[in-house]
Design a protein around this ligand. Structure first.
Ligand code: ATP
Length: 200
């Protein structure tokens, strides 16, 4: 079963063609890596899937029996987008609140623990390191139980110990029938996680 089909997609920024006539399918329940050199258009493709940029030609077809609402796709960009003045705990509470998800205190503790954010729960986002912020971002995205995760260079800035821990979370996520599309220039990560590689 395919969760997403890219058909003859072309994107230009002004006169500059980023990619031309690309086509591929994304099967459900797999760990997929989007590969390509710097500037080949991986981030642009993620943005096109999220409808953050318009394409010039072609189509992106998303299976609406799997992706039923906006939060069923989670895009974790290479930029950290969090509220600096909130603590990690407050950030989680805000995401739950905005999305009308009710969790009691012990459930929130469990979530913080699951995403290795318990020890930083009272830290303000602005006091967190890049690796910490990325864990918070992952938690805030995954707590909404998306069916598809788009992860742009997620592991850059994450140390090897946390990489091993997050790897377990993501493998479990895919094992449960969900789909990850990830970019990474780190060969070891692709070798360890990729079930399928798509070249731009
Ligand atoms: N908003 C924009 N306006 C004009 N050009 C852009 C814009 N965003 C990206 N580009 C250009 O489009 C091309 C593709 O960029 P993109 O970030 O999608 O590549 P990428 O494959 O993700 O690169 P990297 O591996 O370095 O992250 C690059 O040449 C980039 O300079």
């Amino acid at each position: 079963m395919d969760i997403l089909i890219v058909k003859n997609l072309t994107k230009r920024y002004g006169d500059k063609e980023v990619f031309s006539n690309i086509s591929f399918t994304i099967p459900k329940g797999k760990f997929i890596f989007l590969c390509g050199e710097n500037g080949s258009g991986k981030t642009t493709l993620f943005k096109a899937i999220m409808q953050m940029v318009k394409v010039d030609d072609g189509k992106i077809l998303i299976d609406d029996s799997i992706i039923k609402k906006k939060t069923d796709i989670c895009f974790i960009t290479d930029q950290v987008i969090l509220y600096d003045n909130l603590t990690v705990c407050e950030m989680l509470a805000l995401v739950l609140d905005i999305n009308d998800i009710k969790k009691n205190t012990s459930q929130k503790q469990e979530i913080l623990k699951h995403f290795y954010c318990e020890e930083i729960k009272n830290k303000k986002i602005k006091q967190c390191s890049l690796g910490m912020k990325k864990r918070v971002q992952l938690m805030c995205g995954m707590v909404l139980e998306p069916k598809l995760m788009l992860m742009d260079e997620f592991f850059s800035g994450i140390d090897s110990e946390k990489y091993e821990e997050i790897k377990i979370i993501l493998k479990e996520y895919v094992k449960n029938g969900n789909t990850v599309i990830m970019t990474s220039h780190i060969k070891k990560i692709r070798q360890e996680l990729a079930e399928l590689e798509i070249s731009m």
